[in-house]
Design a protein around this ligand. Structure first.
Ligand code: CTP
Ligand code: K
Ligand code: MG
Length: 181
C-alpha cells in the first residue's frame, strides 16, 4: 500500500476518535464526573472532566462516523483510495474509547500531583489512542483487523501527536482552550 494511501486511511479511520476531545472542549462545563470528590487529598479526576463534555464528545464522534460512512463510497471512487465505512461497534469504540482514555489520563495526572490543565507530555497526545484502539478491537473485532493494519497503526502513532499538538495550539490561539496542550 502506498504511503499516501495509508495516511489517508489512518486519518479517516481515526477521525471519530479525534473529534470527541475537541467537541468536549467546546461543550464542556457543568457538573464534573467525579462530583468534586477527592481521593486522598487530590481530586479523583478534576473539574476538566464533565458529564456534558463527555456526552458531547461521544455523540460528536459517533455522528461523524455516521457521516463518514455515508461519504465513504463516493470518496473511495473519486480518490481511488478505499476509505472505510464504520460499523456501530467501531463508531462507539473509537468515540467512547477516546473520551475514556482522556478521563484515565486525568486520573493519572491527579494521582501524580498534576493540577487541572497541567501537561503530561506523551500521555496528553496518545491517551485516547491507547484506549480507543483496544476498545474498538473488542467491540468490532473483524472491522478493526481489516482496517487497522500494522501500517495504519504505525501512521496513527506518528500522525496523532502531530495533529494533537497543532489542533491544541490552534484552539488555544482561538481562545477556546486555556493551555496550548
Ligand atoms: N472537557 C470536558 N469533559 C471531558 C473532557 C474535556 O468537559 N471529558 C472540557 C473541559 O472544559 C476541559 C476542556 O474540555 O477543561 C479541556 O480538556 P482537557 O485538556 O482534557 O482538560 P483539562 O482542563 O486540561 O484537565 P486535565 O488536567 O484533567 O486534563
Ligand atoms: K487531555
Ligand atoms: Mg488539558
Amino acid at each position: 500500500m502506498a504511503v499516501l494511501e495509508t495516511v489517508v486511511i489512518a486519518f479517516w479511520a481515526m477521525l471519530p476518535a479525534y473529534v470527541p476531545n475537541n467537541a468536549a472542549v467546546l461543550a464542556g462545563g457543568g457538573r464534573p464526573i467525579d462530583g468534586g470528590r477527592n481521593w486522598g487529598d487530590k481530586r479523583i479526576l478534576g473539574d476538566g472532566k464533565t458529564w456534558r463534555g463527555t456526552a458531547a464528545g461521544i455523540l460528536a464522534g459517533v455522528a461523524l462516523a455516521g457521516v463518514l460512512t455515508v461519504l465513504a463510497p463516493e470518496v473511495s471512487s473519486a480518490t481511488g483510495i478505499d476509505v472505510p465505512t464504520f460499523v456501530p461497534g467501531a463508531a462507539i469504540g473509537l468515540a467512547a474509547g477516546a473520551m475514556l482514555g482522556d478521563i484515565l489520563a486525568s486520573f493519572l495526572k491527579r494521582r501524580t500531583g498534576r493540577q487541572r490543565g497541567a501537561m503530561f507530555p506523551g500521555l496528553d497526545q496518545l491517551d485516547f489512542v491507547v484506549v480507543s484502539l483496544p476498545l474498538t478491537a473488542l467491540l468490532a473485532t473483524e472491522w478493526f483487523f481489516e482496517v487497522f493494519t500494522w501500517g495504519v497503526i504505525a501512521v496513527v502513532v506518528v500522525l496523532t501527536p502531530i495533529l494533537h499538538v497543532t489542533t491544541n495550539v490552534a484552539a488555544y490561539k482561538l481562545g477556546l482552550k486555556n493551555e496550548p496542550w
